[in-house]
Design a protein. Structure first.
Length: 359
């Protein structure tokens, strides 16, 4: 029986310059800056990941956004989940979304995920140096949801569940009182803008909320990269031991992709609503250098197996509560992308299409 799953790929917008990144990282900085300068750290280390079909695109360009959506849709992706950056009324990396809203193109369903962490110099290892701080209060909660309701949720392409716009929060644990924020948002959406309600999701990651519904969320979404990062690769694989011995690397630099896949597939279904998620691969050494973390053993075939197995096991909670997430479409500086690269071409996209063809 066809389940009619909706596959949602997470999209990073940091592929165009902005004044803030010019100031913090150097003139013309984009995600491609780190990608292009990456180097292999040991024999057979796949770096740099260089784009193939779509090239070093600039998301300010309509043609680039159209091509990204077209290649995703052709390979079974229903829609995009775009990261959204809001800092007390100041938005960053907003131009692609604003143009997408203005032009009503591309014709790709979408939702937003508020990436509500501070921006820091963590790529340089300076965890405490905050570039722009995220702060919370009722006034900002009110301004934020009004902006979303008025400018984004009203778009016909915006993804809904039973008429309710889907909105995702990355770090619910950072709010002083997340329950009150969500109550306020629902009240404003219904009373001021006439929405039936909101469908609010929280990313389940290292910062896990055990029972999302008790905090006022409708569902949780796995943040699958963090799932991979839990599984240190130490004594179970001769190939990893050889790498560690030869390169004198610390074992915490490596993670076991295959183990993460199997653990994810075997996960028991929780009591709350949880949308499953998969990750094509992982290697954030373009950002972190020798302090980066590399998932060993990822291939298009293993990724396809993961996506297919989770699709088989997942039972939608209703006709429209049928999402499965792919993290990510274009996290190039984390070695985590469906978009074609020079080594694998379109293999990860083809694997996505094959895994989803029966769902």
């Amino acid at each position: 029986m066809l389940k009619r799953l909706r596959a949602i790929a997470i999209v990073l917008p940091q592929f165009h310059p902005i004044p803030e990144n010019d100031e913090w990282w150097g003139k013309g900085f984009t995600e491609w800056t780190n990608v292009a300068k990456a180097k292999p750290l040991y024999k057979d280390h796949y770096q740099p990941h260089l784009p193939a079909d779509l090239g070093f695109y600039d998301l300010r360009l309509e043609q680039a956004r159209d091509a990204q959506a077209k290649i995703a849709a052709e390979h079974g992706i229903h829609g995009f989940c775009h990261y959204h950056y809001w800092f007390n009324g100041k938005r960053l990396l907003d131009y692609p979304i604003d143009e997408m809203l203005r032009l009503k193109k591309p014709n790709m369903p979408f939702m937003l995920c508020w990436a509500n962490e501070n921006w820091t110099r963590r790529w340089d290892g300076l965890e405490n140096e905050v570039l722009i701080k995220q702060e919370y209060d009722t006034k900002d909660d009110t301004a934020h949801i009004r902006w979303l309701c008025n400018n984004v949720f009203s778009d016909k392409r915006y993804i809904r569940v039973d008429g309710k716009p889907v909105f995702v929060i990355y770090r619910a644990d950072l709010f002083p009182n997340i329950q009150e924020t969500l109550k306020l948002w629902r009240k404003i959406a219904k009373e001021e803008f006439g929405y039936k309600d909101l469908y609010l999701c929280v990313m389940e990651s290292f910062y896990k909320i055990q029972k999302p519904q008790e905090s006022g969320f409708d569902a949780a979404i796995e943040f699958s990269p963090h799932h991979i990062l839990k599984y240190k690769k130490e004594s179970k694989s001769n190939s990893i031991l050889n790498i560690l011995k030869r390169e004198k690397k610390k074992s915490h630099s490596f993670r076991d992709y295959k183990q993460a896949v199997e653990e994810s597939i075997d996960r028991e279904v929780p009591e709350y609503k949880l949308f499953r998620s998969v990750t094509p691969s992982w290697d954030n050494t373009p950002r972190r250098g020798e302090n980066g973390i590399i998932a060993i053993g990822s291939t298009p075939e293993k990724y396809q197996y993961w996506l297919q197995k989770l699709s088989e096991k997942f039972g939608p909670y209703s006709e429209e509560e049928n999402f499965i997430f792919i993290n990510a479409m274009n996290e190039w500086a984390e070695g985590n992308h469906l978009e074609p690269c020079q080594q694998y071409g379109t293999q990860y996209l083809e694997a996505t299409k094959s895994a989803l063809k029966d769902f």
